[in-house]
Design a protein around this ligand. Structure first.
Ligand code: F6P
Length: 313
């Protein structure tokens, strides 16, 4: 009997998810598995939105942003009776293996489901880059490039008007987007969970910049760093005299066609997930981490990046 494998996307969408879906389904078919697509994440398992997939299900999607399988936040998936029913739905279809594509919340759901006898493999895809066990998640590179393009544009107008632009980027509780984008754009200040100048240091730096001939400043701040970023902006205006604007990049960071790097990463992860099922071993250059060990801790690369930022001050 053929091995039946299903794939879903969950959590916030990320560019490159479609490339990962394509890779999982096409690699699975090559291994002669019966492949299934689940629509709307974990809720789709519970509501039985499970459809048999073939090669053409994933034609022409490689370059598209978002996820053709749709995604959903489904907090009910923490409840044991919901988990049990979801596992039963999969067993009804005789699906024994599930590949989930998403970020840290997705991994928690995956681990919970694995306790009900489903073999689950996670592919890390989130713009936040906050999944432990991988240096880079699918979608991070594309979002970083989107932010870089936006900040470069803001530099033009900020310098023309002698302004200070405070640009808020996503990342949930992880500062990778802020730190990498800040480095890529050579901004004046980066404020992230891992690199957090004090309020007085921020004011002092901006005051000094406002006194120089440059008289414009770029500040990148990770989301969730200030209870009220608008109020902090008002304080900057008051104490530095800088004409200051807040720009929240928001969900634009999650859209767009994935970069080549994200597409390649997605292709490699998809194949690796299927090979793990086929071989039940980990012998590739990509490595795997048990799903329950994927809670976020500081990415070792960040320590080096923060040193770079400090040296370029
Ligand atoms: O996890 C991806 C992410 O974009 C985070 O950076 C952000 O905090 C969150 O999702 C926003 O989620 P939603 O679009 O559901 O509000």
């Amino acid at each position: 009997m053929k091995i039946k494998v299903a794939v879903l996307t969950s959590g916030g969408d990320a560019p490159g998810m479609n490339a990962a879906i394509r890779s999982v389904i096409r690699a699975g078919l090559m291994y002669n598995f019966e492949m299934y697509a689940i629509y709307e994440g974990f809720r789709g398992i519970y509501e039985d939105k499970i459809v048999k997939a073939n090669r053409s299900t994933v034609s022409e999607i490689l370059m598209r942003g978002g996820t053709i399988l749709k995604t959903a936040r489904f907090p009910e998936f923490r409840q044991e009776e919901v988990l049990m029913k979801a596992a039963d739905q999969l067993k009804k279809h005789k699906i024994t293996h599930l590949v989930v594509i998403g970020g840290d919340g997705t991994y928690r759901g995956a681990y919970a489901l694995s306790r009900y006898g489903i073999k689950v493999i996670g592919i890390p895809a989130t713009i936040d880059n906050d999944v432990m066990g991988t240096e880079q998640t699918i979608g991070f590179d594309t979002a970083l490039n989107t932010i870089t393009e936006a900040v470069d544009k803001l530099r033009d107008t900020s310098s023309s008007h002698h302004r200070c632009s405070i640009i808020e980027v996503m990342g949930n509780r992880c500062g990778d987007l802020a730190l990498y984008a800040g480095t890529a754009c050579g901004v004046d200040l980066i404020i992230s969970p891992e690199h957090r100048p004090t309020e007085s240091e921020i004011i002092e730096t901006l005051k000094n910049i406002n006194l120089t001939h440059a008289r414009h400043a770029l500040v990148i701040v990770s989301e969730k760093q200030f209870d009220d970023l608008g109020a902090f902006k008002d304080k900057i205006v008051l104490e530095t005299g800088f004409d200051t604007k807040v720009e929240v990049l928001g969900r634009i960071q999650r859209g767009g066609s994935p970069t080549a790097a994200d597409r390649v990463l997605a292709a490699r992860f998809g194949i690796h997930a299927i090979e793990l099922i086929a071989n039940n071993v980990d012998n590739g250059r990509l490595s795997s981490t048990p799903i329950n060990e994927t809670a976020r801790s500081l990415n070792p690369n960040l320590t080096e990046l923060i040193n770079v930022i400090d040296k370029l001050k």
